[in-house]
Design a protein around this ligand. Structure first.
Ligand code: FAD
Length: 374
């Protein structure tokens, strides 16, 4: 797919910028459109598991990500009284996968990606909120139009599916934020506290800086003032053990966000003609999968690899779907299964992280990431 080398990408999130970098390096002329006035840093942080670090290494960004990020050794699970329910050794899965797991603030991840694109001489077209008509125009002008415009209101997904394929609310809310704790408060472990229908997760980044999410099952209510959700979070979790209490005492107010957590059902196709969706626009999983950004990065890498092939565009896009649908659907399912256990009706009995097999997890994450084309 090399004769007409012009790609339009809608959405400068993780998937859009990563694809722009990889495709530019392959000689494509990329135009990237973003509705906001700058690269978004909404969302507190992400854990980049070894599959994501594989892709970032291919992009030459692993060192920079490591410099800003943290390298947690354990995931520890507790009940709401602070009694440990299990522990998972993250180093085991890192060793099996051949890549580290890195935690990073979203603003740092996005800045690293944006800078790498800038260095390649590609400017992001900001303040371009693309409409369905715009997509029609791009279809004529570019050989490929990629919708990387996220889970909730993807315009490009709408051009493929009209009103079908809407995101599904999964019955729980997350309040996310960033806190500064004492340097060794988290003992370099991701902390996962669970009570019936409630969860508080804290992820160390570095030097006591951490990001976190408090979640509970609730009906969706967009009219209710934000401050009352934040108050409710305090009421629900303030008697939970440290480090939950110290996290809630020390967050940056501006880092707080409320998210009614939605995902997508797996979709039967991701492209029509020369229009394709990737990342959350195509297969948004719940945050309980821990894989949304990781799969968005994988999409970009796989697509860039396939674009190097000599086949026609339709074959490339069909092959892309076939390569990606099983893994991304599995991440969607895993996210829903865990959310159901944490926030569903029978949430008294929690599965333990000690029961996770590092071998199975590593096999799943690294599946499909072989160097086939370069
Ligand atoms: C609370 C929470 C915690 C998470 N934790 C993790 C984690 O630990 N690990 C992990 O891997 N993932 C995690 N995720 C998931 C991850 O954040 C997403 O899966 C990831 O950001 C998807 O990237 P994307 O590029 O597809 O979409 P996005 O990052 O949403 O980017 C879409 C971009 O498109 C732009 N856009 C939208 N519409 C238009 C338009 N019409 N015109 C132009 N631009 C447009 C948006 O402004 C945005 O910049 C988490 C998600 C949540 C909610």
């Amino acid at each position: 797919m090399n004769n007409n080398k012009r790609i339009a990408i809608v959405g400068a999130g993780v998937a859009g910028i990563a694809l722009a970098i990889l495709a530019t390096k392959q000689g494509y002329q990329v135009s990237l459109y973003e509705r906001d006035s700058k690269v978004s840093s909404i969302g507190a942080g992400v854990t980049l598991w070894p599959n994501a670090i594989f892709v970032l290494q291919q992009m030459g960004l692993e060192k920079e990500i490591t410099r800003f990020g943290g390298r947690p050794s354990y995931m520890r699970q507790f009940d709401q009284n602070g009694i440990r329910q299990g522990e998972f050794d993250i180093e085991d899965v890192n060793t099996l996968s051949g890549f580290p797991s890195i935690t990073i603030l979203r603003c740092d991840l996005m800045n690293i990606l944006a800078k790498a694109l800038y260095v390649l001489g590609v400017d992001i077209h900001f303040n371009c909120s693309m409409t369905a008509e715009d997509i029609d125009g791009l279809k004529q002008e570019f050989s490929l139009v990629v919708g990387a415009d996220g889970r909730m209101n993807s315009v490009v997904r709408q051009t493929l599916y009209a009103e079908m394929a809407q995101p599904c609310y999964q019955g729980f809310i997350n309040i996310i934020g960033i806190s500064q704790l004492k340097v060794d408060a988290l003992d370099n472990a991701i902390h996962d506290f669970r009570g019936p229908g409630e969860r508080f997760g804290i992820v160390p980044v570095n030097a006591g800086l951490c990001y976190w999410a408090g979640g509970w099952s609730t009906a969706i209510d967009k009219e209710r003032p934000l401050s009352t959700w934040f108050d409710e979070m305090h009421q629900r979790f303030i008697n939970w053990p440290d480090p939950v209490q110290s996290t809630l005492r020390s967050y940056e107010k501006s880092s707080l966000s409320r998210i009614f957590v939605h995902d997508l059902d797996p979709l039967p196709y991701w492209h029509q003609d020369n229009v394709l969706i990737i990342g959350d626009a195509a297969h948004a999983p719940l945050p309980t999968s821990g894989q949304g950004a990781c799969q968005a990065l994988e999409d970009s890498w796989h697509l860039a690899q396939l674009l190097q092939e000599k086949s026609g565009l339709d074959d490339v896009l069909t092959e892309f779907y076939l390569q990606r649908i099983v893994k991304t659907s599995a991440a969607q399912t895993a996210g829903r299964q865990l959310a159901q256990k944490v926030f569903g009706d029978n949430s008294e009995h929690q599965p333990s992280v000690s029961d996770i097999s590092a071998e199975q997890l590593s096999q799943f994450w690294m599946q499909g990431l072989e160097m086939k084309y370069t």
